[in-house]
Design a protein around this ligand. Sequence first.
Ligand code: ATP
Ligand code: MG
Length: 253
Amino acid sequence: ETEIPEDHPRYASLVTRHRIEAGVEQGITSKQGLIAQGRGEAFDYLLGERTIPSADDAARAAAATLLLADRPVISVNGNVAALAPSETVDLAGAVDADLEVNLFNHTDERARRIADHLRDHGASEVKGLAGDGEIPGLDHARGVVDADGIEAADVVVVPLEDGDRAAALDAMGKTEIVVDLNPGSRSPRTADVPIIDNLLRAVPNVTAHARDLADATPAELAGIASSFDSENALDAAEETIRGGSFESRDDAE
Ligand code: ATP
Ligand code: MG
């Protein structure tokens, strides 16, 4: 998809940037999304651009939580659609979740393009175009959702979610799974299951755990979900960031 040589030491990061850039060109990703990507990359660098063990535990807890859910919904914004469309569609299939386009800066045009993009990557049904529901406590533009989607969901996956909206979803009583590289950001701090990892690694990892847990009993799934401690996960990520040295990061590659 790009002319970036695969043996380039920063290959993954360069491909990611290219995808976000292409997303903006296709009218899928907002310009704000470019800024969010830059913030994320800085944290990923500090984490060593790898899935740390606590993030893998979080991904497993997320998979168990999704498999136990009655009405799980995966919220898709412009960055998610640009970075990991197939991976997100795969996750929805693995845990039988709905996909809902949900944008911080909503326009009908962008929502339609994202829904089309997800369908191009194998999604059968994409919600988020009806806009007949709401998240209470937010102004209309930020709070609009589908009544039979996020409004009715018991578990929501909100990758790269804004802090205010994560708090408003929490106030609605949703169980929230947040993917975010910054353990200090309000969204993962609000989440029941914060996955401090790059979306590009986290989404397929949750899918892999869900496939691994396909034959687990509800009691086993509940055990995995309830033994997960979100505070510990946030602390572990913060310690990794504060305690790492650039030298050991080079060695890890
Ligand atoms: P708040 O504290 O209100 O949540 P914020 O600083 O998080 O504010 P934004 O800049 O909108 O606000 O958030 C973008 C978030 O998305 C950042 O926390 C960033 O780490 C995260 N992010 C960006 N790209 C990725 C990615 N590819 N994978 C995971 N997280 C990402
Ligand atoms: Mg945030």
